[in-house]
Design a protein. Structure first.
Lengths: 363, 412, 367
């Protein structure tokens, strides 16, 4: 796996001095499929299959893909909600020490849980309806004995102010808040322990259009204020393009392309990325895509029974014989270092991205 | 960046009030449509909007929801009355259970008359009319006729026959009793030995209502413990416990109870019989509760807020006790409430069959035993009255439980 | 509403006209004005997009068209004129709730597609059977013809292996395929109007794109009108010819799709368009978000319901006067006081308030 080694040393263009916060190496998360009374193992769902990427300090790394591509599972492995089947998740802590989170036990993980936090997608199910705001946000401070009860109250008040809620809401229960406000509480909870890395799992997907914009702005403001690093897991490419610095595109458990936002969106190197972007409806009737753009035929492959070779080949319009037989590895591009893709024809294909030029019609 | 709306006051007089909306972000906010196309109207947040409501915890919300359920409120009141009767049986019953009067077998129910009309005029003087009995010389059947001349005055809060409350607090205060002790008064008629059925039903309430409660608590303890273990650890432990539950649930309950009850030796003192019966009832009762608890554990384990608690660094115990248990406690209470009437019915059935509690212990089932005799019932239909009490109590519990179940998840 | 024998007219090119529609929900806690003043027309063979956030009443509006409103909801005012098969015009509001006429309307003349296909497809019946039942009931076909129709419809929606899928159950299909099956069912009786309520919201972008293409192809072939309800402005831009923007139960703006996206008049429409991130179209660091949130329906702000979030808020005007709907050009309407003669509106509303209070006094005197 030479490609992986090269990636570990590479940094994003123009950011040579930036240190990684997280190195994910060959991450695998397989869920067993069991059958019968004795729970015999009859197969496995390869939700995440040999995924590698780095996340650098202060950046927003976006993980995109369709449902079932393993992006959420990847996020949950990093936060160690799940214990990965194999692979390394190397976290660089505050002192610069490297820790492999993937095989730490529950108690060993504790100190890192404060530094790597998570924002959930659903602002309703992620807040315990039976606890008031002060306990929801303050729980991490309390169980890690970071602050006394009185201090917790003060800090929660401050956090509420920072996420744009009134500090008086301390004693309110989640049911008194709207979806957008609840998501702000979720953000405050994630930030309570002064984390370095925040995994935002579809953090704005469930929100209404007008609330979504507020929340995206809030996340960006907080990132600047606290020098946070985000891993932003989302399916909405427009949101990802707006907020992320670098992007990883996943398809059926594999990372098929990573690179800076500009590279991936303007000069995609994987046919799936191209198809994904072509499918996003443009909010401008003058740019109607019907009939002009190629649609992705077929369905996302079944991760428990993926096709041979490149998983994407049955749906790929550029597929050749080699794609059916040989699985491509994630390769760095010669012309654009830092841009990786897993396609046999990455160098040859002229793929269409979203170009700012298209905006001229609407401007 | 901050929400302007929070600093504004849209309409309400309450300055701190904000716009509230609790439904799913992409569902319609107040009036949404569910998958089946039915229109649902959000009620939780809509009810009262303001600071007071915003800071209500789950129990307060449950109470709000429960109060709206009229039938459940009635059920709750009925249940409460029954337990008050059970608690103060000695005071409410005019006579101890064993007081008999050979002169009045199967005496019919009497009515308390409040106004006494005598030659001197009318006065307020509660009384019952004494009974004259005539024995039919051929059938030996007794017929009773009230005699307006025989006035038996009844006094409220009088001192009647002494008793020991709960077996150890001595007293003699009765809610009402004949002014002179020893005089008969049969509000709900008498049984074969001339014992006052009313008093016996009141005492029976204590046994019948508590046997359900004790049995359910025993079931609850077993159910929560084993269900919790099963649900939290999963895997092989879960597999074993579930198979045990399936086995127990496959046994027909009445024959099992009968078999176990019949195995209690006749020499065992009544109090021990009482406890043995509760144990017998809980042997099967816990399985249902264990399943509920296990199911809740399973569904909660993957719930985002439980994951969040784990990410906060909570220990297993703290995750369970602080984040999981409160989420299903209310539900468990509702399920438990619905399990009590089953226990009451089971006790009544066993005692009715003569396999449960035995005289001299008085329970509704024991009292109904006398109604097994068709002739006795045709002569003294009031012997069936304990059955009416069973029905009322069971319905009361069921309504209460229904309401609790509906209110159990005030966030739904 | 009782005027059942009234003759309605509407221009030949229109299929549906909704006028002053009000659907309220009478809950224990109070009245939710889910739809409170909605006007639009659906021309024949065209697509109308209804766009709005949660709580805008867009779904309830759609349901009101076929009178699928359950208690405690009720259409309290307005007309929903529908051109029937025989070219007669009915006011749906006047039709009996579950009468023969409305049942013929639903399914046969107007069909619906929902966000969640499993909600309208039965999990225990084969897909073919569900379609054949519909066409047997509504089109009077015999069993074999109905089955042939079902297979034809599945082919039309590009269902792979239609002759086999007709005998599958819904759980055997993927999300995109289920949505296709539902579209096949909705179109099987050759309806005049299809109401699609967020039909692509639960789908992935790539599937969404194919479903949108499919709907538009089918519309071209079959010539039906479509009401497409969504919160996604991008989808609206792709599919709609005319657009209705809703906010808190009101239509705030109505125009052709190009005007909505390039010449929006209502501050809410403008703000909505500004607030969405646009793929490849612009590079601003911050999004221009709408402040605040959609008010709770029990707390409708006085005056214009959008005034407390509006950039063009005029004190003493927007918070006092209810904006009337103004026609600013043919086919273009906007409900905003920026486009109204404020003095005239003030005078009118003062007058009607006086009349209302007078009526109350009068009724108090008479009782």
């Amino acid at each position: 796996m030479s490609s992986v080694d090269t990636q570990n040393t590479a940094t994003p263009i123009g950011k040579e001095d930036v240190k990684p916060v997280l190195e994910v190496k060959n991450l695998k998360m397989y869920f067993p499929i069991t059958k019968g009374l004795l729970r015999r193992r009859v197969g496995e769902v390869k939700a995440v299959d040999d995924v590698s990427f780095n996340v650098y300090e202060g950046e927003v790394f976006g993980v995109v893909g369709e449902s079932g591509c393993g992006k959420t599972t990847t996020g949950r492995c990093i936060t160690r909600v799940l214990k990965p089947t194999a692979g390394e998740i190397i976290y660089h802590d505050k002192r610069g020490d490297r820790v492999n989170l993937s095989d730490l036990s529950r108690s060993e993980l504790r100190p890192y849980r404060r530094e790597i936090r998570m924002i959930f997608q659903d602002p309703f199910s992620s807040l315990n309806p039976r606890l008031p705001v002060v306990d929801l946000i303050g729980e991490v401070l309390k169980v890690n004995r970071i602050a006394t009860d009185a201090e917790i109250k003060e800090r929660v008040k401050k956090l509420l102010r920072q996420v744009g809620l009134r500090p008086e809401y301390l004693e309110r229960y989640p049911h008194a808040f709207s979806g957008g406000e609840r998501q702000r509480i979720g953000v405050a909870r994630a930030l309570a322990s002064e984390p370095r890395l925040v995994v935002a799992d579809e953090a704005v997907s469930a929100l209404d259009v007008s609330i979504q914009a507020q929340t995206i702005n809030l996340l960006q403001d907080l990132q600047e204020e606290f020098n946070l690093t985000y891993i932003f897991v989302a399916h909405d490419l427009s949101v990802v393009e707006h907020i992320c610095d670098r992007i990883g595109v996943m398809y059926v458990g594999k990372m098929v392309e990573t690179g800076t936002k500009e590279e991936v969106f303007e000069r995609p190197k994987h046919p799936y990325t191209e198809a994904l972007m072509a499918a996003v409806p443009k909010p401008d009737p003058r740019l109607r895509s019907r009939g002009q753009r190629v649609r992705l035929p077929g369905e996302v492959a079944d991760p428990s029974n993926p096709p041979s070779g490149c998983y994407f080949h049955p749906r790929c319009r550029y597929a050749q014989e080699i794609c059916r037989t040989k699985a491509p590895s994630l390769q760095e591009h010669e012309v654009t270092p830092g841009h990786y893709s897993a396609c046999h024809f990455a160098e040859e294909l002229e793929l269409k991205g979203v170009r700012p030029g298209e905006a001229s019609a609407s401007a | 960046m901050s929400d302007k709306s929070e600093k504004k006051t849209p309409l309400a007089a309450d300055p701190a009030a904000v716009t509230e909306e609790t439904s799913g972000a992409r569902a319609e906010s107040a009036v949404g449509t569910d998958g089946n196309g039915n229109v649902q109207v959000e009620s939780a947040a809509a009810a009262v909007i303001g600071d007071e409501y915003a800071s209500l915890g789950q129990w307060a919300l449950m109470w709000k929801k429960f109060r709206k359920h009229k039938l459940a409120m009635v059920g709750g009141v009925v249940t409460a009355i029954f337990y008050l009767i059970a608690l103060f049986a000695e005071i409410i019953a005019p006579f101890p259970t064993a007081t008999y009067n050979r002169e009045y077998p199967y005496a019919p129910p009497q009515r308390i008359r409040l106004i006494l009309r005598t030659d001197e005029g009318t006065s307020f003087a509660p009384h019952v009319l004494g009974l004259d009995s005539v024995v039919d010389p051929r059938s030996f059947q007794r017929t009773y006729t009230p005699n307006p001349e025989k006035v038996i005055p009844v006094r409220f809060f009088s001192h009647g026959q002494p008793y020991k409350m709960f077996g150890f607090i001595p007293g003699s205060l009765r809610l009402f009793a004949p002014a002179e002790s020893g005089q008969p008064m049969y509000l709900l008629g008498a049984d074969r030995l001339g014992r006052d059925l009313f008093s016996r039903i009141i005492y029976g309430t204590r046994v019948s209502m508590t046997i359900g409660l004790v049995g359910v608590f025993l079931s609850l303890f077993l159910g929560v413990l084993l269900g919790g273990i099963s649900g939290f650890f999963g895997g092989a432990v879960d597999n074993i416990i579930q198979r045990i539950i399936e086995f127990l649930q496959s046994i027909p309950s009445i024959p099992l109870w009968m078999g176990l009850a019949a195995a209690i030796p006749q020499t065992v003192p009544p109090l021990q019989v009482y406890f043995l019966i509760t144990v017998i009832l809980s042997i099967l009762g816990w399985t249902g509760l264990a399943r509920v608890v296990r199911g809740k554990f399973f569904s909660l384990k993957t719930e985002d807020f439980v994951v969040a608690a784990e990410l906060d660094g909570c220990s297993n115990l703290r995750t369970i006790m602080r984040h999981m248990v409160p989420s299903f406690m209310s539900h468990i209470i509702a399920v438990t409430t619905l399990a009590i009437p089953t226990m009451i019915i089971a006790e009544t059935s066993l005692s009715f069959l003569g396999l449960g509690l035995r005289p001299p212990v008085v329970s509704w089932g024991v009292l109904l035993q006398q109604a097994q005799n068709i002739r006795a019932v045709s002569m003294a239909p009031w012997l069936l009255l304990p059955g009416i009490f069973v029905i009322i109590a069971v319905l009361g519990f069921n309504f209460l439980g229904d309401g609790l179940r509906d209110a159990a998840d005030p966030y739904a | 509403m009782s005027d059942a024998n009234k003759i309605y007219v509407m221009p030949e090119e229109n299929l549906v006209e909704v006028k002053g529609l009000k659907t309220h929900f009478f809950t224990d806690e109070g009245v939710v004005k889910a739809v409170d003043g909605v006007d639009f027309v659906v021309p024949r063979g065209k697509t109308l997009g209804i766009v709005g956030e949660s709580g805008s009443g867009k779904s309830i509006t759609a349901r009101s068209i076929v009178k699928l409103i359950d208690r405690p909801g009720r259409i309290v005012d307005g007309e929903v004129l529908v051109r029937r098969r025989d070219n007669s015009i009915d006011n749906v509001v006047d039709l009996p709730q579950n009468g023969e006429s409305i049942r013929r309307l639903r399914g046969r003349e107007i069909s619906m597609i929902f966000q969640e296909p499993m909600a309208s497809l039965s999990p225990v019946h084969k897909i073919g059977r569900q379609i054949t039942e519909m066409v047997q009931l509504h089109m009077g076909l015999d069993k074999d013809a109905a089955r042939a129709r079902a297979i034809e419809m599945l082919k039309r929606v590009d269902m792979p292996k239609a002759t086999q899928t007709v005998d599958s159950y819904t759980f055997e299909l993927s999300g995109g395929m289920r949505q296709r099956a539902m579209i096949a069912m909705a179109l099987s009786c050759d309806p005049n109007l299809v109401i699609a309520d967020e039909p692509t919201t639960a789908l992935d972008v790539t599937t969404q794109a194919t479903i949108i293409d499919l709907l538009m192809d089918l519309q071209e072939q079959m010539g039906m009108s479509v009401i497409f309800i969504t919160h996604d402005l991008g989808v609206i831009a792709e599919i709609a010819e005319s657009v209705v923007v809703m906010y808190l139960g009101n239509v705030v703006e109505r125009a052709d799709v190009d005007s909505i996206f390039h010449d929006a008049k209502h501050p809410y429409t403008q703000a909505l368009l500004r607030s969405i991130p646009k793929l490849g179209l612009e590079k601003t660091r911050r999004l221009s978000a709408i402040e605040g949130m959609v008010p709770h329906p029990f707390r409708r702000p006085r005056g214009c319901p959008f005034h407390d979030r509006c950039r063009s808020f005029m004190k003493g005007v927007c918070d006092e006067l209810v904006p009337p709907i103004e026609t600013i050009a043919p086919g273009r309407q906007v409900r905003c006081l920026l486009y109204s003669d404020v003095d005239k509106v003030r005078a009118e509303q003062a007058e009607s308030a006086r009349a209302a209070s007078a009526a109350v006094e009068h009724s108090e005197v008479s009782t």
